[in-house]
Ligand binder design. Structure first.
Ligand code: IPE
Ligand code: IPE
Ligand code: MG
Length: 253
């Protein structure tokens, strides 16, 4: 099913040239890290950190529109997070279900449109049904687009895109030398989203951990020492402020 897209991002340089460059980032991605360490520092089980992290999700979703953010992509579960103990994986999936069930009405009321990126094939049927329901219910909302990355990994996403291209080439629909980076971009899970402007990672780690690697080619990166459960609207405002003083060059001068 194709759904109406957020208007495609004008290239930022063109937006600047037309004098319409907004001060802030349109599309922000967050690597929500440090739940376990937050809990450990309080002598709590790791899952207490995940539970508390849901509050931070609420706070950033509430704060984002007023900061001019149009799309917020949250890294909730990576394609590598299956390596964690089964009970932690189960708890995270349960939290996701609970979040969707308990928040959907409020999100809908607040004009939030939900979508999901990642490989759904490993998610359970009950979660898949919730994702589909959430997407449908909020499809007409325009205040904020909330994208949840679930069983998401950039390498997996790019691999899936390349397989699609390989199929087209094998079937004679496309010449090998005609493949461009735009063909890959168009086959990513994020194809209908505007360009990624800013990636925030909490908890002091300074790596992408397989999050939006292709899309982050020219994104600004902001790292904060705060653990995810300590992150809030004010933290998001500070990250947006840090973005505002960066000079983006896209390889030019
Ligand atoms: C982020 O917190 C949540 C997920 C990866 C699902 P972590 O669980 O990675 O917390 P730390 O990094 O162990 O502190
Ligand atoms: C990245 O955090 C994944 C999510 C936030 C969902 P991880 O905690 O899994 O990343 P690493 O293992 O520190 O790289
Ligand atoms: Mg971590």
């Amino acid at each position: 099913m194709t759904s109406p897209a957020v208007p495609p991002a004008a290239h930022p340089e063109r937006r600047a040239a037309s004098g319409q460059e907004p001060a802030g980032p349109r599309h922000v991605g967050i690597i929500m890290d440090g739940n376990g360490r937050w809990a450990k520092a309080r002598r709590l089980p790791r899952i207490a950190g995940h539970k508390s992290g849901v509050e931070s999700v609420r706070k950033v979703v509430e704060a984002a529109p007023d900061l001019g953010i149009e799309v917020l992509t949250l890294y909730a579960f990576s394609s590598e997070n299956w390596k964690r103990p089964e009970d932690e994986v189960g708890y995270l999936m349960g939290l996701l279900k609970q979040y969707l069930l308990s928040e959907i009405a409020e999100l809908d009321r607040n004009g939030v449109r939900l979508s999901f990126i990642g490989d759904y094939s490993r998610l359970s049927p009950d979660i898949l049904a919730l994702l589909e329901g959430a997407k449908k219910r909020t499809a007409g909302n325009e205040r904020l687009r909330l994208v949840i990355a679930l069983n998401y990994g950039s390498q997996d996403e790019i691999t899936r895109a390349v397989r699609g291209i390989a199929r087209d080439v094998a079937a004679g629909r496309m010449a090998p030398d005609a493949v461009t980076s735009a063909d890959i971009t168009a086959r990513l899970d994020t194809a209908e989203l505007p360009q990624l402007d800013l990636v925030i990672r909490t908890s002091g780690e300074q790596r992408l951990s397989n999050f939006l690697m292709w899309q982050a080619a020219y994104a600004e990166l902001v790292f904060t020492e705060q653990y995810w459960p300590d992150f809030d609207g004010e933290s998001l405002r500070r990250a947006v402020e840090a973005f505002g003083v960066r000079e983006r060059r896209y390889g030019g001068l």
